[in-house]
Write a protein that binds this ligand. Sequence first.
Ligand code: ZN
Length: 306
Amino acid sequence: MKISRRTLISGVIAVAGSAVLPRIAWANTTLSLGAGMLDTLSDGHLMLPRSFVLGDIPVAEADAVLEPFGLAGAASLLPDCNLTLWRGDDRTVLFDAGSGPDFMPTAGHLMAAMDALGITPEDVTDVVFTHGHPDHLWGALDDFDEPLFANAQHHMGQIEWDYWTDPALPDTIAADRLTFAVGAARRLEVLAEGINLFNDGDEVLPGITARATHGHTPGHMAFEIATEEETVMVLGDCVANHHIAFVRPDWPNGSDQDTAQGAETRAALLAQLADTGTVFAGFHLPAPGLGRAVRDGNAFRFEPLT
Ligand SMILES: [Zn+2]
């Protein structure tokens, strides 16, 4: 595996006095794996109320874990959003579609990131969803409610698809997530024609295998990308932060729809990732979201790739 970094600038704007300022710039990390290439693309970040992430964890206990990360007492958390882009075998595969313009003003910046990497939405051959939450799905349509990635085949796990397209969902989902249900159904209706639905263990695309990681949502999927060199994993949100998820994977994460199942999934997966030294991409880990899990006493810590 070869790691390379560069600073990307997606464009410039002219300002009065002929000075020119970069519009967006960030450090990009590319992993070269055999004949393939993995990049993560920033979609911006979320602003989440502390209670949404920490749920019922007592404040003092949570702050004790958050303190070394500089987050004790924080009223809100600002997790990054990193989409994974895999290029290999003549395919350009985007994992998740980002937030689009309708979710939060701090997110939905994927187009600038793609622009900086020299990729257009038309270049994407496949969009593979980890799950149907807004920051992963809502960017799939353009301003005219047509598929933004117009040439792409879309892929979603069968269980996840069945959950978000169930007409009864708006009546049964928690009231504070009603917009998630309505927003997902509207977008999936557009994507329904020709979508590829898959199950745990299926090879979604050559070398890319789905891995059931339920709990965050009922049908959440992670993905293993196998290359000649090694296998890397796209986690989505089954390990959704770099602090509590690693230090106390057994604690309920308020953003998981089934907190008990989410904790069980997280603890088992982190043990496997740590024991195998597998490199992974985490959607909400600090940008660029690439690293490994390392055992630390009874728990784990996130070790970014360097
Ligand atoms: Zn997310």
